[in-house]
Design a protein around this ligand. Structure first.
Ligand code: FES
Length: 86
């Protein structure tokens, strides 16, 4: 998933509330940390998918993901939780 890919590439955005990192495949990461280690108990892995074509190819978010997304900072129409996007 996106969260693990960020970790593997030493992308560490923990502690900021500002968007500040753009991945080459069109994702805009915000406030990244993955505090709950992918257990859908936080929204710190919030990502905004900038490429709507790519966003539309993703599986629909589950109700549990949507519940956590509602708590995310600066939620958008193409927001997802990075730990749930494969
Ligand atoms: Fe907590 Fe993704 S790391 S929901």
């Amino acid at each position: 998933n996106i969260l693990e890919a960020a970790h593997e590439n030493d992308i560490e955005l923990e502690g900021t509330l500002f968007f500040h990192f753009i991945l080459s495949f069109g994702l805009f990461l915000s406030k990244y940390s993955g505090a709950c280690e992918c257990s859908l108990a936080c929204s710190t892995c919030h990502v905004i998918v900038m490429d709507t074509e790519y966003y539309n190819k993703l599986e629909e978010p589950t109700d549990e993901e949507n519940d956590m997304l509602d708590l995310a900072f600066a939620l958008t129409e193409t927001s997802r939780l990075g730990c749930q996007v494969i």
